[in-house]
Design a protein around this ligand. Structure first.
Ligand SMILES: *Cc1c(COP(=O)(O)O)cnc(C)c1O
Length: 428
């Protein structure tokens, strides 16, 4: 007998490429049938057969307060009663803009869009418009959404699918994209020396969370800030994951480095499709209708999406203790995992900060993409299925993060650690 997920997956594969609307959901790198999720509440997701899983995906970040938060649900329903979309200016967009500019250090002005991809694409255009230059620097293993110019060594999705770069990207689109090595200032300096006066922007995930979780080494972000300023290059932090996860000020607050522009997504939509980009006033004043950089969106700043995001951000702002709780969950998890790895002699690396973690199945410390790629993805797949069979819902890829949320309690972490302990005991 097929499970409901299996029969849905069969149907899905006939009409959706790979049976999914975003590749990593298809379980390609871990094998087996994705669980079709019917509902979610707090720390749990429930599949089509009603089986419950402790969820560490959290919709890839937005569910930082836990699933189906009652206040967010209420805000969305309230907004929907007034109409789903007007295509006009609304008060909620002003409130969202004010809140974001108050909290995000680099934001003088902000533009709302509908996804992280759109945010990054637009920020790059703004940087090119502002500087009058074409070239951009990105880092191997950092993902910035699926738009052409940045689909170069782009981390999790492409790593998991085993495609080096995407086909369908015209050579011309990627020719101005230069790639540097994460945590390697020499690789950055070389690019600046070889392309003097030509680099519009350097974009980075200030904590890389799409090649597994890789932290910036001490001083790395500060050095990037310095070299960008020296060269008239805009520094862009892609905070689509780190924004409102590493604290109310994102990674720029946590590391004390202020970029010229930053992009957000995921958490700021509270589960709705939302992104934004913003930064220094003189750059943002280049955006239409004020300036010559064109960027638009029929549903941008949509009232239902704004209601969800505004409520989520307001709760985070009013309850800064949430970040302490998340930090504690993350630290308890990481130290528990370290003990388990030691006890069973398992050759894995546990990385992370705050509510972001990753277990790499490799025996070398991971500080960049090449090192992340030494991970044994078969071993990860085996571990992934054991966890899933024991009710723990992890992202189905070695190169994705483990996300903690505020609905989790220490006992949830303990339960997860017990399952991990029994797994590594079996493998000893
Ligand atoms: C998810 C992600 C994006 C893309 O956001 P979408 O909403 O999926 O388009 C961009 N940058 C980073 C760092 C991300 O994690």
């Amino acid at each position: 007998m097929m499970s409901r997920s299996e029969s849905l997956f069969e149907r899905a594969k006939r009409v959706l490429p790979g049976g999914v609307n975003s590749p990593v959901r298809a379980y390609q790198s871990v094998g087996g049938c994705p669980r079709f999720i019917k509902k979610a509440e707090g720390t749990y997701v429930y599949d089509e057969e009603g089986k419950r899983y402790l969820d560490y995906i959290g919709s890839w970040g937005p569910m930082i307060l836990g699933h189906n938060h009652p206040e967010i649900q209420e805000a969305v329903i309230g907004a929907a009663r007034n109409g789903l979309s007007f295509g006009t200016a609304t008060e909620m967009e002003v409130q969202m803009g004010e809140l974001l500019c108050e909290l995000v250090p680099c934001f003088d002005m902000v533009r709302m869009v509908n996804s992280g991809t759109e945010a990054v694409m637009s920020a790059i255009r703004a940087a090119r418009g502002f500087t009058g230059r074409d070239k951009i620097i990105k880092f191997e293993g950092c993902y910035h959404g699926h738009f052409d110019a940045l689909l170069v060594k782009a981390g999790s999705g492409v790593m998991t699918a085993g495609i080096p770069d995407s086909s369908g990207v015209p050579k011309g689109c990627a020719k101005d994209t230069l790639t540097a090595v994460y945590n390697d200032m020499d690789s950055v300096r070389t690019l600046f020396e070889d392309n003097q006066g030509q680099i519009a922007a350097l974009i980075i995930e200030p904590v890389a969370a799409n090649m597994g979780v890789v932290l910036p080494e001490e001083g790395f972000l500060k050095e990037l800030r310095k070299i960008c300023t020296q060269n008239g290059t805009l520094l862009i932090f892609d905070e689509v994951i780190t924004g409102f996860r590493l604290g109310l000020q994102g990674a720029q607050g946590a590391y004390g480095v202020t970029p010229d522009l930053a992009t957000f997504g995921k958490i700021i939509g509270g589960g709705m499709p939302v992104g934004c980009y913003g930064g220094r006033r003189e750059i943002m004043e280049m955006i239409a209708p004020l300036g010559s950089v064109y960027q638009a969106g029929t549903l941008s700043g949509n009232p239902v999406a704004m209601a969800a995001g505004l409520k989520e951000l307001s709760i985070l702002k009013e309850h800064p203790e949430i970040y302490g709780h998340l930090e504690e969950l993350g630290e308890t998890f990481r130290s528990g995992v370290r003990d388990i790895l030691k006890k069973h002699g398992a050759k894995c690396q546990i990385t992370g900060t705050g509510s972001l973690s990753c277990l790499f199945f490799t025996d070398i410390p991971v500080t960049n993409y090449e090192e992340a790629k030494t991970s044994d993805v078969q071993a990860f797949a085996d571990y992934f299925h054991y966890m899933l069979d024991h009710g723990i819902h992890l992202a189905p890829s070695q190169f994705e993060a483990i996300f903690f949320n505020n609905a989790m309690k220490p006992k949830d972490v303990d339960q997860t650690l017990r399952v991990m302990d029994s797994y590594f005991a079996l493998k000893e």
